[in-house]
Design a protein around this ligand. Structure first.
Ligand SMILES: C[S@@+](CC[C@H](N)C(=O)[O-])C[C@H]1O[C@@H](n2cnc3c(N)ncnc32)[C@H](O)[C@@H]1O
Length: 197
């Protein structure tokens, strides 16, 4: 059951480096930050990376001048992140569906939303809205194609994503990713949304 941290912790324990881990930040960090800049995201803003895993994206964002919290509910993910990147980032072992997290200026979401049980998507969108400051940004990389494999990750068409997100956010950008890792090229899209004031 993907909604329990034990499920994920077992994968970290059994596989060491699970299949999704690229041992580096996604190249989409740069693409998403470029998209967010016109909407007010600046160095010094505080960001959270939900489902941060071993922390590669969180550390890359910190290196680019943001104040970053890497959050994951799997203890071995957080231990692995601390081992790799130390105290440059604030590491938080917490469930994204917990109330009273944050608030942050922005969310950097890479392979967390798509890892959710599809039945939890509306609640996940609600959690994102609750954990952001007013006018905060949610940046996400998502899959519209998972090569027919059973999830997670789960594929989600752009139209469905727009529908889900518009319950709590104004969608600012929704389009194919252009700088995906070669292993994921042609299968990812990017979403940027702002909390409704
Ligand atoms: C597919 S992995 C991706 C990890 C990382 N983003 C990466 O790309 O390497 C999904 C991560 O989300 C975490 N996760 C899943 N549900 C969560 C929840 N409700 N709260 C916090 N973390 C969660 C898992 O523990 C796992 O580390």
């Amino acid at each position: 059951m993907t909604r329990h941290s034990d499920y994920w912790d077992r994968l970290y324990r059994d596989e060491g480096r699970p299949g999704w881990d690229m041992d580096a930040a996604t190249p989409l960090v740069r693409e998403l930050l470029d998209l967010a800049q016109p909407f007010g995201l600046r160095q010094g803003c505080d960001l959270v990376v939900p489902g941060c895993g071993y922390g590669h994206d969180a550390a890359e964002l910190e290196a680019r001048g943001f104040v970053v919290t890497g959050l994951d509910f799997a203890p071995l993910a957080i231990l692995g992140a601390m081992h790799r990147y130390g105290g440059r980032v604030t590491w938080s072992q917490a469930d994204w569906f917990t109330t009273h997290l944050g608030p942050w200026d922005a969310i950097f979401d890479h392979t967390c939303f798509v890892a959710m049980d599809p039945a939890r998507r509306p609640d996940y969108v609600g959690a994102c809205a609750e954990h952001l400051r007013t006018g905060g940004l949610w940046m996400a990389a998502l899959f519209h194609d998972v090569k027919g494999r059973p999830g997670p990750p789960h594929a989600l068409p752009m139209t469905e994503m727009r529908h889900l997100v518009e319950a709590r956010f104004e969608v600012l950008h929704l389009a194919e990713a252009t700088e995906s890792h070669p292993r994921r090229a042609g299968r990812e899209y990017l979403m940027m949304a702002r909390t409704r004031v």
